[in-house]
Design a protein around this ligand. Structure first.
Ligand code: PGA
Length: 244
């Protein structure tokens, strides 16, 4: 890994304010300074408390989603402006769970990325194929389409400032991790199209982190389930740092 690795914990719909503060306190104690670039993405209701608790620490804050408009009549949505105001550095955009369960389209993803950049939030743009798409040999075509549509209208310099997360849908929350070879191939393909940091996501755990993070083209990880345990998350961050 050329740059310091980036490890992002996506807590999904987990973490009351009380639980968030408990996890952050533990993480602050466990995480040795400078081990890796680290960010956590608690739910919206916990973000502000997390921001306060993370002040004066190198741990950054990420949002799990955002709307493409800055304000207005969009009931139930959260603006990048609000996220920036409370100190978020990153916004996860186009996670497969949002695409799958909430009908998020490539077009919506494209608009969200545009607004994130305008608010100076670093988008963590997620792409990945389903099991069926992989089985039928469509992985590269799917990734290419998601990248093309999601990044439509952006210049090379914009893309350089983003983070792309390769998250095969079949590996998310299933315990089925992609093999190092699969990861290496997918990352090489994404990097052949875009010169930017590419994280791997999908059942990353302390036990498989070294194998996955050691692959060329893997610049870090987007960690779901294992990020809810500060001990496991810290172990992944430490592994990443030891490989950089
Ligand atoms: P997982 O989730 O680590 O629980 O598989 C990854 C993600 O959804 O970002």
């Amino acid at each position: 890994m050329a740059n310091p690795p980036l490890i992002v914990g996506n807590w999904k719909m987990n973490g009351t304010v009380e639980e968030t503060l408990k996890m952050i306190t533990e993480l602050r104690h466990k995480l040795a300074p400078g081990t890796a670039q680290v960010a956590v993405a608690p739910p919206f209701t916990s973000l502000y408390s997390a921001a306060v608790a993370l002040q004066d620490t190198p741990i950054k804050l990420a949002a799990q989603n955002m709307h493409w408009e800055t304000e207005g009549p969009y009931t139930g949505e959260i603006s990048g402006l609000f996220l920036k105001e409370i100190g978020c550095a990153y916004a996860i955009i186009g996670h497969s769970e949002r695409r799958q369960y909430f009908g998020e389209t490539d077009e919506a993803v494209n608009r969200k990325i545009r607004t994130a950049l305008a608010q100076e939030l670093v988008p963590i743009f997620c792409v990945g194929e389903t099991a069926e798409q992989r089985k039928s040999g469509k992985t590269e075509a799917v990734l290419e389409t998601q990248l093309k549509k999601g990044l439509q209208g952006f210049q090379m310099n914009d893309v350089k400032n983003m983070v792309i997360a390769y998250e095969p849908v079949w590996a998310i929350g299933t315990g089925k991790t992609a093999t190092p070879e699969t990861v290496r191939e997918a990352h090489a393909f994404i990097k052949s199209l875009h010169d930017t940091r590419v994280l791997y996501g999908g059942s990353v755990k302390p036990e498989n982190a070294a194998d996955l993070l050691a692959q060329p083209g893997v610049d870090g990880a987007l960690v779901g389930g294992a990020s809810l345990d500060p001990g496991s998350f810290e172990a992944i961050c430490r592994t990443a740092a030891s490989l950089s």
